[in-house]
Write a protein that binds this ligand. Structure first.
Ligand SMILES: [Zn+2]
Length: 325
């Protein structure tokens, strides 16, 4: 199975993974920020996650209509984070939005909180990022800053008209959607990246849309979940006989990318445990910490120390994650 580049927008590149199955991979500098999927089930078109902004979602909807000659009728929200669901409103007029029951509740609570925060702070954040960009000569730093400038530029443009659309159909743990061409299986995991995350599995085709249970070529964000639960989920998904693993962020992955993330989480847990074992003053040691060689070229390097800090705090708390992994 070979993936082909089909088309691109300024927000994403669309790859075909199999007949009627696509991955939309976010472009740096655009305002998609995270990846999406499009699946022609036969009778209807399904979209998995809707990007950070309506601007990027409009392009995905239009490209889907151009290629598949139909409007998407089903949208899946993998988890409540804004960069995966704030394009919902573009599809909501002609599609049903589906998520797990827990994810819907999180969109209505923590997600609404997120919306308030970004409404208040995005313009100021954008100004400060542009100033930082002007003041740095470091190429790596400029690349990271451009990504965040794209993020906040997209939000500043979108927020005056942005509506957080809640899913209209919910399920508990598992849902199968059958079509004449493909059958999608939605599987939820508790507390891995957030309190509740859904992956979409196409078992016959060997394709898994992982959302933020997988990051490829960039540091994951661990601080909203339980790293032990994440390891459990990744090991379970590693046992699926799949060829393509589409991450929430980064290019389309293979099983080796899943294994690399398992190693990364284990490495972060071991590093944090060593720091905590040496005593409580781990903050200074985190400041001095260098990113391990294997991950030094990954994007979002600032998440590395944030992840280690989160794990140290977790391990130091009275009922923190002392259990073996
Ligand atoms: Zn996320």
């Amino acid at each position: 199975m070979r993936k082909n580049l089909i088309t691109r927008s300024k927000h994403f590149v669309l790859h075909q993974l199999a007949e009627g199955i696509f991955a939309a991979v976010a472009e740096d500098g655009g305002s998609a920020i995270s990846n999406s999927g499009v699946i022609d089930l036969g009778e209807q078109i399904l979209v998995f996650d809707t990007f950070l902004t309506p601007q990027a979602a409009i392009d995905l909807r239009q490209i889907t209509i151009d290629i598949l000659k139909r409007t998407p009728r089903l949208v899946i929200n993998s988890h409540y984070h804004n960069d995966h669901i704030w394009g919902n409103q573009v599809f909501a007029l002609d599609a049903q939005i589906v998520s797990s029951t827990r994810t819907r509740a999180l969109i209505a609570t923590a997600g609404a909180e997120e919306f308030r925060w970004y409404s208040l702070n995005s313009a100021q954040r954008l100004e400060s990022l542009r100033a930082q960009y002007q003041n740095t000569k470091d190429e790596q730093q400029q690349k990271q800053l451009l990504l965040w400038i794209g993020y906040y530029e997209g939000l500043v443009e979108a927020l005056p008209h942005l509506k957080v659309c809640l899913p209209s159909i919910t399920f508990s743990n598992h849902l199968e959607i059958h079509g004449a061409k493909h059958t999608s299986e939605l599987i939820t995991f508790e507390g891995a990246h957030t309190e509740n995350d859904t992956v979409l599995y196409l078992s016959k085709e060997g394709i898994v849309y992982m959302s933020d249970l997988l990051f490829v070529g960039c540091h994951p964000y661990l601080a909203d979940g339980d790293p032990l639960q994440l390891l459990k989920a990744l090991r379970e998904l590693n046992r699926l006989d799949a060829t393509y693993f589409i991450p929430g962020h980064g290019p389309v992955g293979r099983v080796d990318d899943l294994k690399l993330l398992i190693e990364y989480v284990e490495h972060c847990l071991d590093t944090a445990q060593l720091l905590v074992d040496k005593g409580n003053a781990y903050e200074d040691k985190i400041t001095e910490l260098k990113i391990a060689e294997r991950y030094v070229h990954w994007q979002q390097p600032q998440f590395y120390k944030a992840n280690i800090r989160f794990l140290c705090e977790r391990m130091s708390s009275p009922n923190g994650g002392k259990q073996a992994h």
